[in-house]
Design a protein around this ligand. Structure first.
Ligand SMILES: CC(C)(COP(=O)(O)OP(=O)(O)OC[C@H]1O[C@@H](n2cnc3c(N)ncnc32)[C@H](O)[C@@H]1OP(=O)(O)O)[C@@H](O)C(=O)NCCC(=O)NCCS
Length: 183
């Protein structure tokens, strides 16, 4: 059991042209540089800091270094951190259906990185965690992210009307999911 935990904590997953890996403090500068971008934060939860400072980067990396099991990966291209993708476990009756979320540094957009990363994390979740479904909630003004999920094989299940307020705008949430039987 201990050995499995150590393997999961050190896990690296190779994708086409990128690696999903753990977090280390040498990444703080890259993390701060890429995450401090409203073209990214405008589509994330308000708990994601904006502006994104070096302190935010260092605190996040320290937190991520204590994950057990590994749920949130950094995305690296040529060894440099350029984004993140992760699962958020939920409690109670939702405990078998975690949420998935992600962001990528703007200079890396349009290369097909995130759909491949979503596919790899989906497989990782079903292989290593006791879950049967992954779910994502996308702001209605984010068709780029909807496309990512479609390319990764997720299904659009419904729209929660006016369920979000982001930057003072009331938006719909588009619910996408991948259920284990789809494998
Ligand atoms: C969403 C995000 C992860 C995309 O990652 P990526 O690796 O660039 O994804 P892709 O390379 O597959 O490109 C996006 C796809 O969306 C399409 N797209 C781009 N703008 C679009 C638009 N306005 N409407 C519809 N599709 C659009 C692209 O054409 C591409 O699809 P294609 O390959 O079929 O042509 C990245 O833009 C990002 O980090 N955005 C900010 C944070 C965010 O939105 N996170 C998700 C929160 S739910």
């Amino acid at each position: 059991m201990l050995i499995l935990a150590i393997i999961l904590l050190q896990m690296e997953i190779q994708g086409p042209g990128f690696t999903l890996r753990g977090w280390n403090l040498d990444d703080a500068e890259s993390l701060q540089k890429h995450a401090d971008n409203t073209n990214i934060t405008d589509f994330l939860l308000d708990r994601f800091p904006s502006p994104y400072t070096m302190d935010d980067a260092i605190n996040w990396i320290k937190l991520m270094q204590h994950q057990d099991p590994m749920l949130t990966f950094s995305i690296a291209v040529d060894g440099k951190l350029c984004g993140a993708i992760g699962l958020e476990l939920r409690n109670d009756i939702y405990r078998k259906a975690p949420l998935i979320g992600y962001w990528l540094g703007e200079e890396y957009w349009g290369r097909g990185i995130m759909p491949e990363a979503v596919k790899l994390v989906t497989r990782y979740a079903f292989d290593h965690l006791d879950v049967v479904r992954l779910q994502a909630g996308i702001l209605s003004n984010n068709p780029r992210s909807m496309r990512v999920l479609e390319k990764a094989g997720f299904t659009m299940e419904g729209i929660l009307k006016s369920s979000i307020i982001k930057k003072g705008m009331i938006l719909d949430e588009h619910i996408y999911a991948f259920v284990k039987q789809q494998f």
